[in-house]
Design a protein around this ligand. Structure first.
Ligand SMILES: [Zn+2]
Length: 84
């Protein structure tokens, strides 16, 4: 079981699809899976998703922390820079 810190969504980083899950109860993770990793809020360390597989935590999965209201995304790699 590993603990993975999520990443704060950047200002102006517009979600391209999907929705943001709202954690209503700060003591209960929004997602429960059967994978190896827990995902925690980047700001306060609150557990947002429990026992998840990496493949389940795509960029479409966003969670607003019930404790500090930070919107977290799981993917940590930077997206491709758009061509200008
Ligand atoms: Zn938080």
């Amino acid at each position: 079981m590993a603990t993975i810190t999520m990443r704060q969504i950047r200002e102006g980083e517009v979600p391209f699809d999907g929705g943001t899950a709202i954690q209503d109860d700060a003591d209960r993770p929004v997602f429960h899976g059967n994978g190896p990793d827990d995902y925690v809020c980047v700001v306060c360390g609150n557990v947002l998703a429990e026992a998840m597989h990496t493949v389940q935590m795509t960029k479409k999965v966003r969670v607003r922390c019930g404790r500090c209201s930070t919107i977290n995304v799981a993917v940590t790699e930077e997206p491709e820079a758009p061509a200008r």
